[in-house]
Design a protein around this ligand. Sequence first.
Ligand code: SER
Length: 596
Amino acid sequence: MITIHELRSKYIEFFKSKGHAEISGKSLIPENDPTVLFTTAGMHPLVPYLLGEPHPAGKRLTDYQKCIRTGDIDAVGDPSHLTFFEMLGNWSLGDYFKEEALAWSFEFLTDPKWLGIAKDKLSVTVFAGEEGIPRDDVSAEIWKKLGIPAERIHYLPREDNWWGPAGETGPCGPDSEMFVDTGKAACGPDCRPGCHCGKYFEVWNDVFMQYNKDSEGRYTPLKAPCVDTGMGIERTVAMLQGKKSVYDTEAFTDVLAAIGRACGKTYASGDDSGKSFRIIADHARTSTFILGDPRAVTPSNVGAGYVLRRIIRRAVRHGRKLGIEGSFLPGIAEVVIAVYRGPYPELEENRGRILEELAKEETKFLETLQKGEHEFEKMLPNLLKNPRKVMSGRLAFKLYDTYGFPIELTEELAAENGMTVDRPEFDEAFKKHQELSRAGSEQVFKGGLADHGEAAIRYHTATHLLHKALRMVLGDHVAQKGSNITAERLRFDFSHPDPMTPEQIRRVEEIVNEQIRRDLPVSMKVQSLAEAKAEGAIALFGEKYEESVKVYSIGDFSKEVCGGPHVERTGVLGKFVIQKEQSSSAGVRRIRAVLE
Ligand code: SER
């Protein structure tokens, strides 16, 4: 029976045999992408390359990528939803197109040397077309030639067979999806691939990236059409093993057993406690990966840190439902690390941080919970008198505001007592009291891919100038610790022990503005990482790089390993102004700057 680790290796091996370079998956926390908190798909770190930037490893790439999607977080606990998952992918950057992509997908799925899925169990879907974009007969013909009969080739509309952009803007196009028939009876005459009754199981998605959608909603053809494919490891292995649930695969066996030891119960998928087991298993895995990431965030009240806090706290609460009183998440995380340390050595490297942060957040939350639940109990007799069975949003907000008791948990407690919470009223109170940064992060929470608009590109180049200028003024110990760009500003975190003096800030601004005045050309070359370092290029410590990397030089001023994109000349940047210099965390300073 194939395991998650075997599927991962087989996939990479197969595409290497088809001339693809294996690249390493990237961080879960995207850098320089203001529109998302986490990497949401295998193609996400490749967006600039799908839009035409040359990739140093070539035009055929394959990798496995850790992803987080929190849009469905409330569905976690059922047998199929996960917040963290691994995605396998292969890409053509303006190289092969439909013919090869579909033929290779078919070969990998059906050849006994690879997955060996019976051909007569495969169904596929292709784009049905719409105004201005033709029906994808080309893909349908290819499938026929490969041996899929017409009755198992389904033409479906945009809703099913169009992918991206994941956010407002970016690469997108029609796709073709592959399904395995599980043998279950059809749910009705309209049952077809894409139906959610469980008969058809989606295993793979081949996207034919042909357009870039811009912020005005226009679709312009890409310079070179690309292929982006994605296969979810957990789901596919569940199907190959004949399991009904991703939680029945060995990705979770040891984790669920460890939860069982912590609470003195055995995991049984069907009973009530099964849901709590699954929520803890999923959330413990996701938080272990976030805390084990080279660009880890820690629990906080904004952005990705807030998502992390929410999932840790939800896991703790379900632990309590199972009867676990004290701290248990670090123990579960140890098991997650043991399962994944092979393909993800960063988990082992960051073991200390993972365990410490989980224990810290658990303790904090247990105190909050005790207080909040106690207050809820006190309110309960009165609440139960309400004939509409609705708890007012104002009261729910009081629990949040006074005791830090999360609204999701208030809603759960209310539901356990047959009530709902007036959420619009809560949201209104919540909005009024939240500082702007939090509101901003909620917006990002909705997700979407990077807007590589002109403004953001200018800030990206300005960030390189700033980085170099800081090293000149403060010293070579300055290293980038984080960077975040929007169309309105840049934010740059760097290692430095003390606050900068006004004189140092002025000096840095001056140096950057001088490089802008010089209108320096920006150039890029591909070289080995060792060569780049030997030539004095700045590379980020702790970042995973390919063997060949892209190195961006700004005139004779700066040289940095970076994926791009950048402006062509610094003259277009305008005037660089540092608005704020403050502490970010111990030993790390944060600068916020704008281009005027
Ligand atoms: N981008 C597509 C997906 O996420 C294929 O990789 O499904």
